[in-house]
Ligand binder design. Structure first.
Ligand code: ADP
Ligand code: ZN
Length: 432
C-alpha cells in the first residue's frame, strides 16, 4: 500500500513541487531567520531563485551553525507558534535544539505514516515502541505515525527488557520499534528467560533505526526473531525519524522528496556528485515551518538512486548509511562524540586528558569503555581508584544518558602521538 500519491509522482512532477517549495523556503528563511539573511547577503545571494540548480550556489549549514545559534536563534516562527522542542546530543555541552509548529507535528506524523505503511504495518498490528521518549525524537516520531495509520501503540520506551518481553507476550505484540542492536539484545535476554521468541511471541515485523544496521545484523535479527526487519532513517536536525525508509521490495530507503530535497556531495570539496556516487548526504527541508534548514550537512555517507522502484514509488532512494564523516559513534542508539567525553574529563581534576575509547559489541550490543589515565598528582590505591571510576561514570551518565565502563589506567599507558591521536578502538565487532 502507498500512503500518499505524491510518492508515485514522476520526476518532473516531484521537481515542480520541489521548486515551488524551495522558492518559498528560501524567501521565508531570508525574511525570518537573521542567520540566513546575513549569510545570503554576505554572499550576494538573492533568495528569489528560478531553478532547482540555483540551490548549488547556497552555502551549507552545519551542526556547528546549529550549535552556535543555541537555543532558539534559527527558529523561523514566533515562539508562541512553537508547540514542541526536541534536542539531539551536541558535541560538547550544549545540544542542538529544534522546534515544531502544530503543522510540523502533523507533517511529521504523515511522513512517518508513509514509512510505516511501506514497511508493511496495518491497523491490525500491535506495535511496541522501545525507543526512548523524551528530547530524543525517535519515540514520538514513530508514535505519531503508528497511531495515524491506526495501529495499536504500546509506548514502553527503552530499557527494562524483561518487562518489555512480558508485555510483548501478554499483548500479542506484532511490530517492534527499536534500534537494531536492542532487538538482538532482547532476543538474548529472552533466551536467558526461557522465552522462545518465535513460538511464544507474535512479532512479525521490525521497524529499526537510529543507528546503522548492516546486512549481517539484519539477517541475525530476522533469524533470531523470525520477523521481517525494515530500516528507516532520520535525524533530529531535519525532523527526526521519517526522512527515509525501506519499502521491503526494492533496495535502499525512499525519501519523501516533496518534503526533503537531497543532494550528495564530496565531503572534502563540497561539490555536488552525480547520482550513484558515494558521498555525504545534504538535506534541505521544503515544508518545515519552525525549523527549516538549508543544505544541512548530515555527515552521513550514502549513495543516491533515482531509479523507480518495483513497489511503484518513484522517489529517490538512499543506500544504507555507509559511515560518518565525523567521529560520532552510536552506542545503543545514542550519539556519542569523543569531545563530550573530553569535556567531562576536563571537569574532573583527578583525571588527565589522556583517554581512549573502546567500543565493543558484546552480546550483540555496543558498549563503551572509557580508559583514562589519572592526573599526575593522583595518589592511586584501590579505594581512590574505585572512587574516581564511580565519579567519572556518574558524570558521563549525566551527559551521555548511557552507562559506560570506566577503567583507570596506570600513568603513561596510552601511546602518545605527535599527529592526530587515535582515540577510538573497536573490539569484538561481529555484526558490522
Ligand atoms: P535519530 O532519532 O535518528 O537517532 P539523531 O539526531 O539522534 O536521530 O541521530 C541521527 C543520526 O543517527 C543520523 O545522522 C545517523 O548517523 C544515525 N542514524 C539514524 N538512523 C539511521 C539508520 N537507519 N542507519 C544508520 N544510521 C542512522
Ligand atoms: Zn520501493
Amino acid at each position: 500500500m502507498i500512503w500518499d500519491k505524491t510518492e508515485t509522482f514522476t520526476r518532473k512532477e516531484i521537481k515542480q513541487i520541489q521548486l515551488n517549495r524551495l522558492k518559498t523556503t528560501l524567501r521565508r528563511v531570508y525574511a525570518k531567520v537573521p542567520f540566513y539573511k546575513t549569510l545570503f547577503d554576505k554572499l550576494n545571494l538573492s533568495p528569489n531563485i528560478t531553478s532547482l540548480d540555483d540551490l548549488k550556489k547556497f552555502p551549507f549549514t552545519t551542526k556547528e551553525d546549529l550549535r552556535d545559534n543555541y537555543p532558539f536563534k534559527l527558529l523561523a516562527v514566533d515562539m508562541k507558534d512553537v508547540v514542541r522542542l526536541h534536542a539531539s546530543s551536541g558535541t560538547t555541552g550544549k545540544p542542538v535544539v529544534v522546534g515544531y509548529t502544530k503543522k510540523d507535528i502533523e507533517t511529521w506524523a504523515d511522513l512517518m505514516a508513509r514509512i510505516i505503511i511501506q514497511a508493511g504495518v496495518t491497523r491490525e498490528d500491535i506495535a511496541q515502541i522501545a525507543f526512548s521518549y523524551g528530547l530524543f525524537t525517535g519515540g514520538f516520531g514513530l508514535h505519531y505515525g503508528l497511531e495515524k495509520v491506526g495501529a495499536t501503540v504500546t509506548p514502553t520506551s527503552s530499557g527494562n527488557t524483561i518487562k518489555q518481553l512480558m508485555l510483548m507476550k501478554d499483548f500479542g505484540t506484532t511490530v517492534l520499534v527499536s534500534t537494531p542492536s536492542y532487538a538482538l539484545h532482547m532476543a538474548e535476554v529472552a533466551k536467558k528467560e526461557g522465552i522462545d521468541i518465535k513460538k511464544d511471541l507474535k512479532v512479525r515485523l521490525g521497524l529499526f533505526g537510529g543507528e546503522p544496521c548492516s546486512e549481517l545484523l539484519r539477517e541475525e535479527i530476522e533469524k533470531e526473531w523470525g520477523m521481517k526487519a525494515t530500516v528507516n532513517y532520520g535525524l533530529t536536525e531535519v525532523m527526526g525519524p521519517g526522512v527515509a525508509g525501506e519499502c521491503g521490495i526494492g533496495k535502499g530507503m525512499h525519501i519523501s522528496e516533496d518534503h526533503f530535497l537531497v543532494e550528495v556531495i564530496d565531503p572534502d570539496t563540497g561539490e555536488v556528485l552525480p547520482d550513484g556516487c558515494e558521498g555525504e548526504l545534504v538535506i534541505t527541508t521544503l515544508t518545515k515551518e519552525a525549523f527549516p534548514v538549508i543544505r544541512y550537512r548530515t555527515r552521513d555517507i550514502v549513495t543516491l538512486s533515482m531509479a523507480p522502484c518495483k513497489c511503484g514509488r518513484k522517489t529517490a532512494r538512499i543506500s544504507a548509511i555507509k559511515g560518518r564523516t565525523d567521529d560520532m559513534i552510536i552506542i545503543r542508539g545514542v550519539n556519542v562524540f569523543p569531545s563530550q567525553i573530553e569535556a567531562v574529563l576536563k571537569e574532573i581534576p583527578e583525571a588527565s586528558p589522556h583517554y581512549q575509547l573502546v567500543v565493543s559489541q558484546k552480546s550483540h550490543q555496543n558498549s563503551l569503555e572509557v580508559q583514562v589515565e589519572p592526573s599526575s598528582n593522583f595518589i592511586a590505591n584501590e579505594y581512590s581508584i574505585n572512587e574516581l571510576k564511580t565519579k567519572i561514570q556518574k558524570h558521563l551518565k549525566s551527559v551521555l544518558s548511557i552507562k559506560t565502563e570506566v577503567t583507570i589506567l596506570k600513568p603513561e599507558t596510552i601511546k602518545r602521538t605527535e599527529g592526530k591521536s587515535k582515540r577510538i578502538f573497536f573490539k569484538e565487532v561481529k555484526h558490522q
